[in-house]
Design a protein around this ligand. Sequence first.
Ligand SMILES: Nc1ncnc2c1ncn2[C@@H]1O[C@H](COP(=O)(O)OP(=O)(O)OP(=O)(O)O)[C@@H](O)[C@H]1O
Length: 258
Amino acid sequence: MTSHSSTAAAPSSPTPVSSAAVAAVSLNKSYGRGNTTVQALSDVTVSFPAGRFTAIMGPSGSGKSTLMHCLAGLDTADSGSISIGGTDITGLPDADLTRLRRDRVGFVFQSFNLIPTLTAEQNITLPVALAGGSVDREWLTQICTILGLTDRLTHRPHELSGGQQQRVAVARALLTRPDVIFGDEPTGNLDSRSGAEVLSLLRRSSSEMGQSIIMVTHDPVAASYADGVILMQDGRLVGELDRSTPEAILAALSQLGA
Ligand SMILES: Nc1ncnc2c1ncn2[C@@H]1O[C@H](COP(=O)(O)OP(=O)(O)OP(=O)(O)O)[C@@H](O)[C@H]1O
């Protein structure tokens, strides 16, 4: 990944945009007008290499969610450009953007967003079904084996623990082999043991399946599962850390007043 330099930054070589799962150049976004204007993103240039698991951290209000929503095509920046898997999404018509999000982006949110009346397997395969595609059964079996869901596939969400429900959401995100999975506090609603389980699975999805993952989190322990952390403050990228311990991440955050 590349970003602005910082004292917290570990040396890293610039990533060519072509090998980036997601890249953004000179993103700016503000909310409000006049003297109530908030600059949520200020000239953010960042590249997330394919196959890497990256955490986005920073104090409350530093622009993490705004950045993630823009990168995922859920929100638009005022200026700058964004590419996902080499496709420039800036200015794409809504229908194309919706299709690109459906086919090439996976999401894992704090609330698992499962359909209560569908079984685990139906939830996992729903996006493929909605897109009119056919399920790669071999890949589905492999994902469910790795995620430990094989004997839970006929259960409905209310018959599953929180950790199991989030594993279903992870499986659903992985099934389409998206260019990137965005996680927004994916373990925020889980107890620490289930959270650790889900984070290990995200870690393995990246290491063993080459899945690119970008996760917003406040939790240094969660971020320590990632290959690297980018740090935001006041809408800017102010540093990055390569794989670090929770203590080192906490220390870098404390320097930002988080
Ligand atoms: N819809 C909105 N309207 C006005 N201001 C907004 C809106 N969304 C975000 N902001 C402001 O933009 C800035 C960045 O917000 P953002 O939610 O991206 O930060 P964050 O780092 O994700 O915060 P948190 O950690 O508290 O979730 C904040 O000052 C916030 O108040």
